[in-house]
Design a protein around this ligand. Sequence first.
Ligand code: SAH
Length: 224
Amino acid sequence: MQIDIITVLPKILEGPLNQSIVKRAQDSNLVDIHIHDLRDFSQDKHKSVDDYQYGGGAGMVLMVEPIARCIESLSSKKRYDEIIYMSPDGIQLNQGICNKLSLDKNLLILCGHYKGVDERVRENFITMEISIGDYVLSGGELAAAVLADSIIRLIPGVLSDETSALTDSFQDGLLAPPVYTRPSDFKGMKVPPVLLSGNAAEIEKWRHKMAIERTKEKRSDLLD
Ligand code: SAH
């Protein structure tokens, strides 16, 4: 998979996308991430990419021209399955969307900033708008990092134990059951004995039961 990300603040993305599982996925060529600085597509001598909004009001708006130039240039080299704009008014990200996007080959993600992007970008270049929740961030970079991480870990071969992503919360419509590691007795707080029993069928049964209980308790809406 190839993921291209357009941003005015490339440095914010460098950290989260160069650690742990996402870094290993890139090192093993399972995903190729390219971060594009929108300023490189400005033809202005000051490299400006934003301007005041028409009609007045606080907050700068990312201009259509550099974004159009950048998207057109990238799209001339490959066909994108989706051109995604990170936006608080987009469709809210969930595991189903991550699963679907993880099957794509080429994704382009646009991060807004300040007041957002000129509406003409959204109308003419964007195929999908994704929000990571009902709150407003300063920019789309952290949201893009969340999206990229949640997709990349689903690409076959990225997680060392391939079944691991399948046993995470939401994959089967349930929250994940509790997990424990050593020691089995911490100051009298004991790990449930079934997990130490070595009986795989009983362990599976217990995990399923706990997943249902946890879902009932914390997210009963998922059981509807
Ligand atoms: N004026 C806009 C918010 C702009 S916030 C509004 O009220 O809807 C600046 C940028 O941060 C946005 O362009 C978007 O790319 C990103 N952003 C903010 N909150 C986000 C969220 N919840 N999900 C995804 N992206 C978000």
